[in-house]
Design a protein. Structure first.
Length: 133
């Protein structure tokens, strides 16, 4: 049975996914620490801060009309390591790019840190799911 800390960390991670799935940009980014880092398989280098990711996101929207249409999470797992929680799951995301919907199959890790009585994301890693998944 999950502990209270596990439940609260899971709720924080689930809120991040839900805000992403519904393209609620401000609420989504509010869940990340300013110094959070991001690794996306679609980007050539690590994204070094929340502000850099927000700039990247704005560029996707501006350049191609990129928009999240849905994001379905399966196989979720939360692990606690002191004041750090690691949330892992599989995601199926539908995005719109240049007016065309595209379905992505990926795996994600979200690393959360307990701060000021809540959880904040300090790192996100997104990778393409293997073809057999």
């Amino acid at each position: 049975m999950p502990t209270g800390l596990e439940r609260s960390a899971l709720a924080a991670a689930t809120a991040i996914v839900d805000n992403f799935a519904n393209h609620r940009r401000e609420a989504y980014f509010a869940a990340f620490a300013p110094e959070a880092t991001f690794i996306f398989h679609s980007e050539p280098a690590r994204v070094e801060s929340r502000a850099a990711y927000e700039e990247l996101w704005a560029g996707w929207e501006r350049d191609s009309g990129w928009r999240v249409r849905s994001c379905t999470s399966t196989g979720a797992r939360i692990q606690l390591f002191g004041s750090v929680a690691v949330f892992t799951h599989d995601v199926e995301t539908v995005v719109e790019v240049d007016g065309t919907e595209e379905t992505l199959h990926e795996r994600e890790s979200i690393v959360l840190e307990s701060r000021n009585g809540g959880w904040i994301c300090v790192h996100e890693h997104l990778s393409a799911a293997p073809a057999s998944a």
